[in-house]
Design a protein. Structure first.
Length: 493
C-alpha cells in the first residue's frame, strides 16, 4: 500500500505541460506500474540532456486532434495540401522573372511616357494596374535580407515567402475580382495559396470592402491565377527582417555579457509567491513554473513573474539574489539565486529557431563563419488561448532539453492519451515537437499506431496547448540539430 501511495505522489508531481496548469488532479487514470516506474527513473535524468519517453505532460491538444486528422484526410483526398497546391519559392522567383521579361517586351518607353503625360494633363494621377485593369494596392515580394545566407538543409515541403491562408469554407477563387466573374477554383479552409497582389476590386456592401487578393497555385505542371475576396482569408509571410533583428539582438547580448536562464520546471526549485493574491501577474505571466522578479533584493519588494527557460543577463549579485535583465521585457530585476542557473547556459550562440506567432511559421538559423545562415523555413502551429490551452509566450528562451517523445493527457478525462515525438523544450512545458499521436484503445490496452508525419492544419491558426507543432520530419531535424548550450528559441509576432 505504501508503495502505491509513493507512486501516486510521484505521478502527480510529474504531470504538467503545454497548458501550464497549476491544478492537481487526484482522479487520473494511472499507467501500469511498470510504466510509472519507467517514468520515475527517466525523470531523474531530465534536465539539460536527451531523454527518452520521459515524464507525462498535461495535454497537447488531445481533445481536438481528431478534427485536425479529419481535415488532413479531406485535404489529401481533394489534393489541397501544400505539396499539391503551393508553388515553391524558387519557382515563384522564376515565375516573377518571366513576368518581368514579358513587361519589358510591352510598348516602348516613349509610348509609356506619352501615356503618362496625357494622364497628368487630364489631372489624373497614375495608378499601377493589373493587366486586366484593376488598381494594385500592394505587391507581395518578401525577400531574404542580403545579410542572411540561404543554405537550406530541410526542404521536404514547399514553402513560399508570401502566401494567402484561406479561412472560409469551400471559398470561390474567381477569374477576376468580381462576384460575377467565372469561378476557376474552390479552396478548402486552411488551404495555402501563393500570394501576388492586393487589388481594388468589386465593392461588396455586406462586408464594406473592395479588397481582393490575386493568388496563384500549382495545378499539376501548370501555374494558375485567380482572385479571392480579401475577408475570406488573410495574407501571411515569413518575417525574415524581424527574425534577423531578433537573432542579432540576442547574439549581441550573449556575446557581450554573462548569460543564464530561469530554471523552475514544474516548480522544482520552489513555488513563486502569489502576485497580489493571484496566480497571474498584470502582464499575463503565470505563477506556475516561474520565478519572482523583484524591483529590490528583498522579499517584500514589488515583483512580477518571469517564466522558466527565459534567457537573462546577470548584472550583479547581492546575498541570495542575482540582478538581471532580459530581452523579454524592459527593466532590471532581482531574482532569488535558486531560480537562476548558468548550467549549460549559452556562451556562444550558433543555433536559433525563430517562431512567428502571428504568421504561424518559423525560421531556423545557424551562425557560421561570421554570418547567419537560413537552413529551413516551415509552417508551424502555436498555442491557442482557450479553456484548456495557452498561447505560446513571446520572448527569448533557452533550448533546455530534448526528448525523443513525451506522453500527454487528455484534456477532460485526464487519462494518458498519446505522445508527441521529437521534442525540444524551451519554456516550462512548452516544446517544439512533431505531430501528436493518440493511442488506440483495444480491449482496454493502449496501442501505439505509429508516428504520424503530417497534419494539414499545421501553419493555419493557433491550435496547440502552448507547444509549437512541426511536421514530424522537421521536428526530428531540429531534435538532431540543436545543441544545448549553443541554441535558443525566440518567439515573435
Amino acid at each position: 500500500m505504501k508503495e502505491k501511495v509513493i507512486i501516486l505522489i510521484m505521478v502527480t508531481f510529474l504531470i504538467s505541460g503545454c497548458s501550464q496548469s497549476e491544478a492537481i488532479y487526484t482522479n487520473n487514470t494511472l499507467p501500469a506500474d511498470n510504466q510509472v516506474q519507467s517514468l520515475i527513473d527517466e525523470n531523474r535524468q531530465l534536465e539539460n540532456e536527451k531523454s527518452s519517453n520521459g515524464d507525462i505532460e498535461e495535454d497537447v491538444n488531445a481533445s481536438d486532434l481528431q478534427e485536425d486528422e479529419n481535415l488532413t484526410e479531406i485535404a489529401e483526398e481533394e489534393h489541397k495540401t501544400e505539396e499539391d497546391v503551393l508553388v515553391p519559392q524558387e519557382e515563384v522567383e522564376e515565375e516573377k522573372q518571366d513576368e518581368q521579361d514579358e513587361i519589358e517586351e510591352l510598348p516602348s518607353k516613349e509610348d509609356e511616357a506619352k501615356d503618362i503625360k496625357e494622364e497628368q494633363q487630364e489631372g489624373q494621377p497614375q495608378e499601377e494596374q493589373t493587366e486586366d485593369g484593376y488598381i494594385i494596392l500592394n505587391t507581395f515580394d518578401t525577400k531574404l535580407p542580403s545579410t542572411i545566407n540561404l543554405d537550406i538543409k530541410y526542404d521536404k515541403y514547399p514553402t513560399s515567402h508570401d502566401y494567402f491562408l484561406v479561412l472560409g469554407s469551400n471559398i470561390n477563387v474567381r477569374e477576376k475580382p468580381t462576384t460575377e466573374s467565372r469561378i476557376v477554383k474552390k479552396s478548402l479552409v486552411y488551404e495555402k495559396l501563393n500570394l501576388d497582389k492586393e487589388v481594388k476590386g468589386q465593392y461588396i456592401k455586406k462586408y464594406n470592402s473592395d479588397r481582393w487578393y490575386r493568388v496563384f497555385w500549382k495545378n499539376n505542371d501548370k501555374i494558375e491565377y485567380g482572385y479571392v475576396f480579401g475577408l475570406l482569408g488573410e495574407p501571411r509571410k515569413f518575417q525574415f527582417d524581424k527574425m534577423e533583428e531578433s537573432i542579432n539582438k540576442l547574439k549581441d547580448e550573449v556575446d557581450n555579457h554573462k548569460t543564464a536562464y530561469i530554471s523552475n520546471y514544474k516548480d522544482r526549485n520552489g513555488r513563486a509567491p502569489l502576485y497580489k493574491g493571484k496566480t497571474v501577474d498584470d502582464y499575463g505571466i503565470k505563477r506556475y513554473q516561474a520565478a519572482p522578479a523583484y524591483l529590490k533584493p528583498q522579499k517584500d519588494s514589488e515583483f512580477r513573474y518571469i517564466s522558466d527557460g527565459t534567457l537573462v543577463t546577470i548584472l550583479d549579485q547581492k546575498g541570495d539574489y542575482f540582478k538581471i535583465r532580459t530581452l523579454n521585457f524592459e527593466g532590471e530585476y532581482w531574482i532569488p539565486k535558486k531560480f537562476v542557473t548558468t548550467w549549460n547556459s549559452i556562451k556562444n550562440l550558433t543555433k536559433t529557431v525563430v517562431v512567428d506567432r502571428k504568421n504561424q511559421n518559423q525560421g531556423v538559423f545557424e551562425y557560421r563563419d561570421g554570418k547567419w545562415n537560413l537552413i529551413s523555413y516551415v509552417f508551424a502551429t502555436t498555442g491557442a488561448k482557450s479553456k484548456y490551452k495557452e498561447e505560446t509566450s513571446l520572448g527569448y528562451y533557452m533550448v533546455i532539453q530534448t526528448r525523443d517523445r513525451f506522453l500527454y493527457l487528455h484534456d477532460e478525462t485526464r487519462e494518458i492519451d498519446g505522445y508527441a515525438p521529437y521534442a525540444v523544450r524551451f519554456n516550462g512545458g512548452a516544446y517544439i515537437h512533431g505531430v501528436p499521436v493518440n493511442f488506440k484503445i483495444v480491449e482496454d490496452e493502449r496501442i501505439d499506431p505509429g508516428i504520424k508525419e503530417y497534419l494539414y492544419t499545421i501553419g493555419s491558426i493557433p491550435r496547440s496547448h502552448k507547444c509549437v507543432r512541426n511536421y514530424t520530419s522537421h521536428a526530428k531535424f531540429l531534435y538532431d540539430w540543436v545543441e544545448i548550450g549553443k541554441s535558443a528559441v525566440i518567439v515573435i509576432e
